[in-house]
Write a protein that binds this ligand. Structure first.
Ligand SMILES: Cc1cc2nc3c(=O)[nH]c(=O)nc-3n(C[C@H](O)[C@H](O)[C@H](O)COP(=O)(O)O)c2cc1C
Length: 378
């Protein structure tokens, strides 16, 4: 009921708060035999980590993951996998004012209304600190997808405020392009269109100087996903991906394929024609010439790359005065003193990748369980 668990066959449960001692994830249903060490978790945790560049929050968390159970001699055992990441740099004094004022745009008011009690320190469970646990689960899910069908999930930033990137072939974007610029230096905004990186950085620096924040868009692409994953009605792959991505704090929109642009098209313009080519196994390999459908039809993967976009709002905590009220209803003003990201997009990318990988791992295990119990029909 309380919604801290997600998925059916690959089931992820998180616990932990921004200023508590640690965040933890428990993964049930992970198959045995996947290679997994604590250092495998480090790369994606570093991509999500606060303090990774001058463009993000300066909270200094090492984000070193500890595997508590479910791994023996560097391989998953198939039993419940628990991973813990400690919080070491919480500065609760920065949040003292927030006991008596609701931050506009944040979850302070709605938590108070629902629970009558709220951990104002760092936003408690509403803080994106919780997503550190999801990124750990995402690493395990990515391992599973790679081992099962050579699957890969890569995300990147396509928009910061009004600065838009041009990405002609989403399925060809590599992790290297997202993380490094052509000259080898770090790609601080995780935008693969190198020409737009400078303007994006300038905009983030400008809003930070103005005591403001800015939103943006990230695109996430899953490749080599076999056709057939997903359920026909409530657990459509697109529905589960939508839920997974909307569960990430600050996501205000999710679209797949041509998304909202499809609303203004004719069917004759939007439909992706099918094509077939012979394959070694006998059955023809069917694909579509274009991918406006974003890799899912009828809630089931089509075998084309899965392409999604998330709109992420500007950070609500601002180092400038914002008018608000106290819990008693008195007018007041709030100016956030904690360390915050002026733009959430660079750190959002690995979190979104993790959620997409978790959903695909879950649906792949469900697909294997349901359709591979007997030899496939010929
Ligand atoms: C990576 C990441 C970092 C975030 N950091 C902050 C932050 O520093 N300050 C803030 O006010 N909100 C931050 N947020 C967003 C809040 O957690 C979110 O807006 C809040 O919980 C309210 O939820 P909602 O925006 O989904 O309604 C962050 C979100 C993400 C994905």
């Amino acid at each position: 009921m309380a919604g801290s668990s997600f998925g059916q066959a690959f089931r992820v449960t998180t616990a932990g708060e921004s200023h508590g001692p640690a965040n933890v994830v428990i993964i049930d249903g992970c198959p045995p035999g996947l290679e997994l060490t604590e250092s495998d978790l480090a790369a994606d945790l570093a991509r999500r980590r606060p303090g990774q560049s001058h463009l993000v929050t300066q909270r200094a968390e090492p984000d070193a993951a500890e595997i508590l159970s479910g791994v023996l001699h560097g391989r998953t055992t198939g039993t419940s996998l628990a991973i813990l990441v400690r919080n070491v740099d919480a500065r609760s004094r920065d949040y003292a004012d927030l006991e008596d004022a609701y931050r506009p745009g944040h979850a302070d008011y709605t938590y108070d209304v629902k629970y009558g009690v709220r951990d104002a320190r760092g936003g408690g469970r509403a803080s994106a600190r919780e997503t550190v646990a999801r990124v750990c689960a995402g690493v395990v899910a990515k391992r599973l997808l790679a081992a099962a069908f050579g699957g890969r999930v890569v995300g990147y930033v396509t928009r910061v405020g009004d600065v838009r990137a041009h990405v002609a072939a989403p399925e060809l974007v590599t992790l290297e392009q997202v993380e490094r610029l052509p000259d080898g230096s770090p790609n601080l905004v995780r935008c693969p269109d190198a020409a737009r990186v400078g303007p994006m950085i300038e905009l983030i620096e400008r809003v930070r100087k103005e005591g403001d924040s800015v939103g943006g868009v990230a695109e996430i692409v899953a490749t080599r996903v076999p056709a057939g994953l997903g359920e026909p009605v409530f657990d459509k792959l697109k529905a589960d991906l939508g839920k997974a991505l909307f569960s990430v704090p600050a996501v205000v929109g999710v679209e797949y394929g041509d998304g909202f642009a499809a609303a203004e098209r004719r069917g004759s313009e939007h439909n992706d024609p099918f094509q077939a080519e012979p394959s070694a196994g006998g059955a023809p390999r069917i694909s579509t010439v274009t991918n406006r459908h974003g890799g899912m039809l009828g809630g089931i993967s089509s075998g084309m790359p899965i392409v999604l976009r998330c709109a992420v709002k500007p950070t609500s905590s601002l180092p400038r005065e914002q008018a608000t009220v106290t819990p008693g209803g008195e007018p007041t003003a709030v100016r956030t003193r904690g360390r915050h990201d002026p733009c959430l997009l660079p750190r959002f990318v690995p979190i979104a990748e993790a959620m997409v990988a978790i959903v695909l791992a879950d649906h792949w295990l469900r697909w294997v369980g349901q359709t591979r119990a007997f030899p496939p029909r010929t």
